[in-house]
Design a protein around this ligand. Structure first.
Ligand code: SF4
Ligand code: SF4
Length: 112
């Protein structure tokens, strides 16, 4: 089992999650973070920290796509362990549906 980041994170990227992860397993894309499933120790402390409710345990139904996305991009995006200011328009995208299709970017973020 692991926790995964879903598309609720896209263009929100509040980054409250990265500060609490004891094993630093968040990786940064241009407008979304992912978790490395092989590093996550399933502690669950990040889940309640996310204001966008973007982090879920992969034991919930229907998260296979997000497990794939987290696995794939955590291999190439840079590690991030320290939060920065969220995007100025983060609140405008909170709770918006269909963000993966409309806004997902394969580009890496800056990392630490
Ligand atoms: S706290 Fe939530 S929305 Fe913010 S970066 Fe982490 S997973 Fe994404
Ligand atoms: S569940 Fe724990 S180990 Fe996994 S990403 Fe969240 S804080 Fe890190």
């Amino acid at each position: 089992m692991t926790y995964v980041v879903t598309d609720a994170c896209i263009k929100c990227k509040y980054m409250d999650c990265v500060e609490v992860c004891p094993v630093d397993c968040f990786y940064e894309g241009e407008n979304m973070l992912v978790i490395n499933p092989s590093e996550c120790i399933d502690c669950g402390v990040c889940e309640p920290e996310c204001p966008a409710e973007a982090i879920l345990p992969d034991t919930e139904d229907g998260l296979e796509k997000w497990l794939e996305v987290n696995t794939k991009y955590s291999e190439s995006w840079p590690n991030i362990t320290v939060s920065r200011e969220p995007p100025a328009d983060a609140d405008d995208f909170k709770g918006v549906e269909g963000k993966f299709e409309a806004h997902f970017s394969e580009n890496p973020g800056e990392g630490d």
